[in-house]
Ligand binder design. Structure first.
Ligand code: FAD
Length: 316
């Protein structure tokens, strides 16, 4: 069973999910290659080789500089056919969610999205994915010839296993793209994305307003964390949508998730329940978040968070 791993990149930089998927593929004991689609992508050989990719194929064209759904889908589908891959493995990221189904549709492939467990079972893959906002976990076996699988970021650790990667570059002719993305203007450059963060400090309606968000930001900065938010905070216009965690926001799996003034509605839990450790700060002892939390602090956040910041600043 041959696996083709889609290498995700943004602004010329490979994304962490690519290394996670390579590390996962190594454990499956099947031949795999890494597919890069783009134009200028930095350090392909060095970075992909570091995580154990021996064979890399780079489908290159100036028009592929930025991700665009229809163009990338056609090129990735072409690559799956040319490389005679049985499985296309990608991240359950915003790009993976957009690209995966399009490629699956072109290839008439079955697809499993947002998998949190991937293993070999005989000569097929056994996949586990949460369903119904995380209430159940489904075990899936795809029976089509070609399979498309997306894996939740941060579930598998990116582990180094250095090899010398062989990179075959192919200049592809640009199909007649319906859309070409000319420029991406990023809202907050350098901001750590919640889906890639190892630690997240998230705030909810309990924060009372945007003027108090410096507490979330200060705590996050001291912990090297990304900042997240509940939908209530986003809908109120206190935080940008790219920080929203949950069913209609992003799905995250950090090592540590600190929920500050968040009640723990099922739609919020759907996006963060696979975090390794959850700490909840809430003044209501009956808040549903405490059912899931590993550590709970029942207190007023305006007392607790400044004290945490002070302690961290003092190096405790
Ligand atoms: C279709 C659908 C999709 C949705 N998608 C999402 C989603 O993606 N993400 C999401 O988050 N929600 C989502 N929601 C909304 C969800 O149902 C909740 O309304 C939302 O998560 C509530 O946000 P919250 O916990 O910040 O606010 P609240 O539920 O109002 O909770 C605020 C909490 O703060 C605590 N608090 C208040 N003051 C303090 C204080 N001083 N100190 C300590 N604690 C304090 C309160 O005790 C309370 O528990 C969705 C809803 C629907 C219907």
């Amino acid at each position: 069973m041959k696996i083709l791993i889609y290498a995700e990149h943004r602004e010329g930089q490979l994304r962490k999910i690519t290394y996670e998927n390579i590390s996962l593929a190594r454990t499956l004991g099947q031949p795999f290659e890494v597919l890069v689609v783009g134009n200028e992508v930095q350090d392909i050989q060095e970075q992909l080789g570091r995580y154990g990719a021996e064979q890399v194929v780079f489908y290159k064209n100036a028009q592929l500089e930025n991700y665009s759904a229809d163009g990338y889908a056609r090129i990735v589908a072409e690559a799956v056919k040319e490389r005679q891959a049985d499985v296309l493995l990608m991240g359950a990221t915003s790009t993976g969610k957009d690209l995966g189904p399009r490629v699956a549709s072109i290839l008439n492939a079955a697809m499993a999205t947002d998998c949190i467990h991937v293993e070999m079972e005989g000569d097929n893959l056994k996949l586990i994915r949460p369903m119904y906002a995380g209430k159940v976990q489904a075990t899936i076996r795809l029976t089509s010839a070609v399979k498309v699988v997306t894996v939740r970021p941060n579930v598998y650790q990116a582990s180094e296993a250095p090899v010398t990667a062989k990179v075959d570059t192919k200049e592809v002719s640009a199909p007649d793209f319906k859309t070409v993305v000319k420029e991406i203007v990023s809202g907050a450059k350098g901001k750590l994305d919640v889906t890639e963060a190892n630690i997240i400090v998230s705030g909810g309606r309990g924060m009372k307003g945007p003027e108090n968000w410096h507490l979330i930001e200060d705590l996050a900065q001291l912990l090297g964390a990304a900042t997240g938010a509940s939908r209530a905070a986003v809908d109120a216009g206190w935080r940008p949508h790219d920080e929203q965690v949950g069913q209609t926001g992003k799905t995250v799996s950090p090592s540590l998730y600190i929920a500050v003034g968040i009640s723990g509605a099922i739609q919020h839990l759907a996006g963060m329940s696979s975090s390794k450790y959850i700490v909840a700060i809430n003044k209501d002892p009956d808040a549903p978040i405490f059912k899931l939390a590993d550590y709970g602090i029942v207190a007023d956040l305006f007392d607790v968070v400044p004290r945490m910041i002070e302690e961290l600043k003092a190096g405790n």
